[in-house]
Design a protein. Structure first.
Length: 208
């Protein structure tokens, strides 16, 4: 499968999270914290895959809204605050900086996310006259919600996405074709926003 153009992949990540997130018990509107979802940091070793994580924050935001447990600030306001504080769009990882940004936005909570690990491996199997090669990609992500005033960790979540592709060789011919690592990373990321949102919503207490 060829890699999707980046804008299309970003939209697909957000769409799948919006449509797939199952409903937990919603909080009353006044019990929902106002939160800002920051761009995901990319702390995995393979920096060449970092652009594929661009849509994760939007996917997570859409899924969180559907849980009915948080109110979210618009992305444009978050980006403007990042620029004003001269913070990188690539993601904030430390709680102190996140709290400073949250106060700038008058938010009650900050949602931080990161892509922590990516593995790409190939497995080969031979059976008589045929050989099968499978390329497997695993992507690990995590997210947490931090109270802006106290720095308290309000909730956390982790998720792993997997995608794979296979080809067979027999009688000098080939059946199928291995997808590129880039394409498989994109596939593995699909649905991770929804997984993270479920975990965060399940552990997130209502606003006092």
């Amino acid at each position: 499968m060829p890699a999707l153009p980046r804008p299309a992949a970003t939209l697909l990540l957000a769409f799948l999270s919006l449509t797939a997130c199952s409903s937990l018990g919603e909080y009353a509107y006044e019990r929902r914290r106002l939160a800002a979802v920051l761009p995901f940091a990319f702390t995995a070793a393979q920096k060449e895959f970092a652009p594929h994580a661009d849509g994760l924050a939007d996917a997570l935001a859409g899924a969180l809204v559907r849980t009915g447990r948080l109110r979210l600030l618009e992305r444009a306001r978050v980006e403007a605050a990042l620029q004003e504080l001269q913070l990188q769009q690539a993601g904030v990882t430390d709680g102190g900086t996140a709290a400073r940004l949250g106060k700038q936005l008058n938010a009650g909570a900050i949602v931080l996310g990161s892509v922590t690990a990516i593995s790409v491996r190939e497995e080969s199997r031979s059976a008589k006259i045929a050989e099968k090669t499978t390329r497997i990609v695993d992507v690990e992500v995590e997210a947490r919600v931090i109270d802006v005033e106290t720095g308290e960790l309000l909730g956390s979540s982790r998720g792993v996405g997997r995608a794979q592709s296979a080809e067979k060789h027999a009688f000098g011919g080939r059946i199928g074709s291995l997808a590129s690592p880039d394409a498989l990373v994109q596939q593995a990321l699909l649905g991770l926003g929804e997984k993270l949102a479920r975990g965060l919503a399940a552990s997130l207490p209502p606003k006092p």
